[in-house]
Design a protein around this ligand. Structure first.
Ligand SMILES: Nc1nc2c(c(=O)[nH]1)N[C@H]1C(S)=C(S)[C@@H](COP(=O)(O)O)O[C@H]1N2
Ligand SMILES: [Mo]
Length: 199
């Protein structure tokens, strides 16, 4: 499936590229990780969604891969100011994963295998806005970019797209994640340039 590029002007890309304020078109695909790349064997890998009532929904690697996948083409924007347009991914929509989950939560705290966390409103994961992605540009997602699987939430700054995703914890209250607790913006909309608290 394709995603319409937000803000595309239709005037072509010759120096007229639709980028959020303060961003530039980066070359390549930088790796930004707080710590070392965790090693997670596929035999023991699992992904869970934990509700505010403590109910755990879990998928093994085989179970995740057996679900219908989508192929979003999306722009990504890092708070360090590089953007990449038209990146190709393959993954399972959060709509598919949340379909059988009963919750009254308004927020999520995403946990990763490296201990990283990031928070988002639950609604930002739904309606075709987020995926558990395991393939980039037609290849298995590279370990340094979050393989076996990462969260992909392209409409927010890329720090919200947790690599090596492990658990999506549904929460009634908004709890700041790693960068959010360190002074980065709670929501992180690149089009409103919400880089830091107070932006
Ligand atoms: N688990 C985990 N996810 C993470 C990070 C991290 O350190 N650990 N860094 C974040 C930041 S700040 C960015 S910009 C992107 C970078 O993704 P990339 O390394 O694939 O470019 O991953 C985000 N997700
Ligand atoms: Mo980042």
């Amino acid at each position: 499936m394709g995603i319409v590029t937000p803000g595309f002007t239709g005037r072509g890309r010759g120096g007229d590229v639709p980028l959020p304020p303060g961003q530039y078109l980066g070359k390549g695909f930088p790796v930004l990780s707080v710590g070392p790349t965790p090693k997670v064997p596929l035999e023991t890998w699992e992904f869970t969604i934990t509700t505010e009532a403590g109910v755990k929904h879990s998928w093994s690697w085989a179970e995740l891969r057996a679900l219908p996948a989508q192929e979003p083409t999306v722009d990504i924007h890092c708070v360090t100011k590089w953007s990449k347009l038209g990146t190709h991914w393959r993954g399972v929509s959060l709509d598919t994963l949340m379909a059988g989950v009963d919750t009254a939560a308004d927020f999520v705290l995403v946990h990763s295998y490296d201990g990283y966390t990031t928070n988002l409103p639950l609604e930002d994961l739904l309606d075709g806005q987020a995926w558990i992605a395991f393939d980039h540009d037609g290849e298995d997602l590279a370990p340094e970019h979050g393989g076996p699987a990462r969260l992909l939430v392209p409409h927010l700054y890329f720090w919200k797209s947790a690599k090596w995703v492990y658990d999506i914890e549904l929460t009634l209250e908004n709890e700041p994640g790693f960068w959010e607790a360190a002074g980065y913006h709670d929501y992180g909309d690149p089009w409103r340039e919400q880089r830091y608290q107070g932006d």
